[in-house]
Design a protein around this ligand. Structure first.
Ligand code: ADP
Ligand code: MG
Length: 294
């Protein structure tokens, strides 16, 4: 979940509690009290580049978690990133989302936005969504309410935060419920979902905000085989509309995502060790040595 979403969630809950307290009294002026949306500079994707990392280095007490990492993700591309534990995959996502500041290098979102000049909430707002490994949904709310919250936290729909859902918004939530295979569970409390379903719900919440770039850190860890397959189908259906960076250890899942034609990136000791088709990198001697051969 994005920091922005958590902030909005806390606000919504507070509002909800206040409304419960004064159920019979009409508060009024709710709309009027709400501030206007501040527009952020839009990113430029006309050059075909969604994300560009150049020479990124991150040190923790002298240890280089990222070492001159250079990586380019195209608009609409689905890129899988593999690599042994400690390779720097999560640190890379921390740098992209503004959680960790690199010692050196540049990070561009589209061709004009320098992410290193932006804060974590600003980066989320401009269209970078991140799925952490652990599912973070509002357990006490229903599936539907979780999606509603995410929709209303959308940077472009802020003005309607406390208003009723429009027909169009209802349709969007309905479509999302279908996409994430949770239509039959719409009124279920999120806390009662399976681990895999919670993961889908969180992905759905991220998608409600229509991110240009979606970062997914080990999204199928802990899922059943069937859930993993459905997750792969979901990601494949997002390809083209969003750029996706998927970090994953499950090679069956990666194989399904790449469909034997997409490039994967192998990270090792903070930089790119190999890049190419999964079948090629799997047979690459240096990849076998550091990773797959274990
Ligand atoms: P991966 O996600 O590929 O398994 P990480 O990016 O989590 O790898 O970690 C890369 C290396 O950086 C690891 O050796 C890890 O111990 C180290 N590291 C990550 N975050 C921190 C931190 N906040 N402080 C110190 N060391 C860290
Ligand atoms: Mg990691």
């Amino acid at each position: 979940m994005t920091p922005e979403l958590m902030r909005v969630g806390a606000k919504l809950r507070q509002e909800h509690e206040e409304r419960q307290k004064s159920r019979d009294t009409e508060s009024g002026g709710r709309q009027a009290s709400f501030g206007r949306l501040v527009r952020q500079g839009e990113a430029d994707f006309t050059q075909g580049v969604a994300l560009y990392l150049d020479n990124i280095s991150v040190s923790f007490d002298g240890f280089k978690a990222l070492n001159a990492l250079t990586l380019e993700i195209n608009v609409g591309e689905l890129r899988c990133i593999i690599g042994p534990n400690g390779a720097g995959k999560t640190t890379m996502m921390d740098v992209i989302t503004g959680k960790t500041r690199p010692d050196a290098g540049t990070v561009f979102f589209g061709s004009t936005i320098d992410l290193l000049r932006m804060t974590e909430p600003q980066i989320a707002q401009i269209g970078v969504g991140r799925k952490f490994q652990k599912p973070t949904v509002y357990e006490q709310l229903t599936v539907f309410e979780n999606l509603e919250l995410a929709l209303k936290a959308d940077r472009r729909a802020r003005a309607s935060l406390f208003s009723r859902l429009t027909a169009e918004q209802l349709d969007r939530i309905g479509e999302m419920l279908t996409l994430i295979h949770l239509k039959a569970n719409a009124q279920r409390t999120a806390g009662l979902l399976s681990h895999g379903q919670k993961q889908w719900l969180e992905i759905g919440m991220l998608l409600m905000q229509d991110p240009k770039l979606l970062l997914l850190d080990e999204p199928v860890a802990g899922m059943t085989d069937e859930e993993s397959e459905r997750t792969a189908e979901l990601f494949l259906s997002l390809e083209g509309r969003h750029s996706l960076v998927v970090v994953e250890h499950d090679m069956k899942f990666v194989d399904q995502l790449t469909q034997s034609r997409k490039r994967v990136t192998v990270l090792h000791e903070g930089s790119v060790l190999a890049e190419g088709l999964l079948s090629d990198v799997q047979n690459d001697q240096k990849v076998v040595e550091v990773y797959l051969g274990r």
